[in-house]
Design a binder for this molecule. Structure first.
Ligand SMILES: C[S@@+](CC[C@H](N)C(=O)[O-])C[C@H]1O[C@@H](n2cnc3c(N)ncnc32)[C@H](O)[C@@H]1O
Length: 281
């Protein structure tokens, strides 16, 4: 028997509900040991001896917001890499960007806002920036921003630093490495010409606040984030995406995710190897 604190079924359910209500992520019953192991270090860090005390801390302490952020960072999957899901990125470049260029070319304000919701350490954002940059369409008179949102501050620090190692670059064409990265010993920095198009913000994508702070969103990528959400939270979050997107704006989901039976405010566009969702209207 270890002397480490146990997590009772009741405590587990309280923690599970707290995580679900605030962040959308739903842990199933078999995740009790996972939650316990991941959070034991937080109890030790805070000098607490039971999970019940930890739950009280998360609910009522003055520092609860900070602690909730630390907790969620320990519970989420951050896996990502450059140029993930090539058919989607091809569709972004060839269909979505060319449509946006044609639609906005004659406007006074030629602005494009792309959001990576749940951007992790920034590989998705920088990949989108490279694809946008290399079209050569958006240099003069255009303002193109790729916004990365994540709840994990540490991920955002990596994203802003734009320094990456082989693991993140494993699926990337060598040409991009030569063109858009600066090598420094064993690591690679995204060049400023591309990294300068990105902006990283800390936020919870299930909360309206983050979407209210963005305007005229043209494209949202939310890939491999909502797979961990309950169906109810997926519905609500997609509703927020729908509200933030311009009419005709695009939503990209991970390849195993779908809007079927979730939201009828989007039409499906079938392209080689992928499906895009386009806001109606
Ligand atoms: C598996 S990564 C996906 C990264 C990238 N979208 C991709 O497909 O390569 C999931 C990311 O979503 C973030 N995340 C999970 N729930 C979130 C929420 N409610 N609000 C913002 N970010 C969230 C996690 O912190 C993590 O960095």
């Amino acid at each position: 028997m270890s002397n480490l604190p146990e997590l009772s079924e009741k405590e587990y359910l309280s923690l599970r509900d707290l995580v679900h209500d605030e962040f959308g992520i739903l842990f199933r019953a078999e995740k009790l040991p996972f939650l316990r192991l991941r959070l034991l270090g937080r109890l030790e860090g805070l000098g607490l001896s039971t999970f019940d005390e930890y739950i009280q801390y998360l609910k009522y302490d003055r520092d609860r917001e900070r602690e909730r952020r630390m907790m969620i960072a320990l519970l989420t999957n951050n896996e990502t890499y450059f140029f993930r899901e090539l058919p989607q990125l091809k569709a972004y470049r060839e269909v979505v960007l060319s449509e946006l260029r044609d639609r906005k070319l004659n406007r006074e304000s030629r602005r494009i806002n792309v959001v990576s919701a749940g951007c992790s350490t920034g590989e998705e954002v920088h990949s989108l920036a490279m694809l946008t940059y290399e079209t050569g369409w958006f240099f003069w008179g255009w303002d193109v921003r790729i916004h990365g949102i994540d709840i994990n501050q540490r991920n955002l620090e990596t994203a802003r630093k734009a320094e990456y190692f082989d693991r993140s670059l494993r699926m990337m064409d060598r040409n991009y490495l030569d063109r858009y990265f600066r090598r420094n010993g064993g690591s690679y920095y995204v060049k400023e010409s591309v990294a300068g198009m990105s902006r990283f913000v800390h936020g919870n994508i299930t909360s309206p606040a983050i979407w209210n702070s963005l305007c005229e969103v043209d494209v949202i990528f939310c890939r491999n984030v909502m797979i961990y959400f309950s169906e109810e939270k997926v519905r609500r979050t997609v509703d927020l995406f729908h509200g933030a997107l311009e009419p005709g704006g695009y939503l990209f989901l991970g390849h195993s995710e779908t809007l079927v039976d979730i939201h009828d405010g989007f039409e499906q566009i079938y392209l080689p190897g992928t499906i895009l969702y386009r806001k109606r209207g």
